[in-house]
Design a protein around this ligand. Sequence first.
Ligand code: SF4
Ligand code: SF4
Length: 447
Amino acid sequence: MSAKTFRHGVHPPENKGLTEGRLIERIPMPAEVVLPLSQHLGAPSVALVKAGDRVYRGQLIAKAGGFVSVPLHASVTGKVKAIELRHHPSGRMVESIVIATDPSSPQTLHNEEPVDWESMPAEQLLTMVKEGGFVGLGGAAFPTHVKLSVPEGKHVQYFLVNGCECEPYLTTDHRIMLDWADAIFLGIRIIQKLLGAEKTFIGVETNKWDAIRGLQDRVPADLPCELVPLETKYPQGAEKMLVTAVLQREIPSGKLPLDAQVVVQNVGTVAGIGELFSFGQPLIERVITVTGPGIKQPSTLLVPVGTALQEILDYCGGITEDASQILFGGPMMGTPQYDLRVPVTKGVSGIVCLTSKQAAGPRQEYACIRCASCLDACPVFLNPTQLGALARMGRYDEMLENYHLMDCMECGSCSYVCPSNIPLVQRFRVAKGVIREEMARKKNNAA
Ligand code: SF4
Ligand code: SF4
């Protein structure tokens, strides 16, 4: 099998060796979980419980706040301590349901039962995914049922499972593909039926040959599903790159994979949906990689959603003396964390602990030397040189109108290769934020 890929991109050091051999280990139930009502893209969930209520593991505790939103379930059996503002991985304070775990409870799943999915029509399967509170587990945390809702007049030819995990250090999806093949294939059956897709492809980078071969050998004979080995390159796990690499279909500016008759889901999400339809487990726990030179015992853990960062670091022996940065997610697109009380939310795929040697601190910035390395790196063929120059001058409108700023997916490839240390992606994030605020202001004024 030869490996496919997309054009451009970068090759940061993989650094996956610390955890790729580590089996998934369930951590003990934490004494408390903090479940933010906003841990997905879209409207926050709406609490259905109050302080003092007894709740059971897997019980619905907040309903979706709109179509682009998801419900929330208790990740432990215990008592609701409070609904209050708590620290959130985004750096903000967010309304959260705090549950004190009942130490005497066996923590069995509320309403655990097999699901007769074969007799369910597509709409019912979709409703179950929505009620399960699923979001993309690769990091984006976009509500899964929204991506699986095919609008009138659209058709899905292929379902594409994202097993790239192209961020350095992280091995969460790798482990899931090695250990949870049955759940993955059940998830694929459900989603394929729900979408009416004719075939599924699973794209996996060739730094995970054991997963490629293992899954290929276990594809059920009656399931139209094919493994596609992909060259190891960042950001291959970005949806547009993945569609291009696997199917050689380009997704134009402003369009979605659905416009190319494709729907993409992260492999961990697919496995989670398999578990939902096996025994009714909603999204209440997830696998994370805890890794990097700044953690004493790198591990692959199964953790209840809402577990505090501090608790997880302690379970892994604590951070090393020279640890200087903790990220939720990988070093290319992850979010630095400054408060160890923050909870692991649904979208956190890993915790990476770096020392000052690897951490991306402020570096001396030099003038652009017009080397064009950033143009060669950009996977969506933008002009980061020009965008960077305009961002420096605050000419955001020009970036938007003439240089397609909103197509930037903030992958950081341009910053990574820039020999002048120009913080390109950071400037693009600021520019996009300012433009979004301006658009929202104009919309409000017009209403
Ligand atoms: S951050 Fe944006 S501009 Fe830079 S390489 Fe990625 S997509 Fe291109
Ligand atoms: S990589 Fe940096 S120095 Fe080279 S052209 Fe791009 S912005 Fe300029």
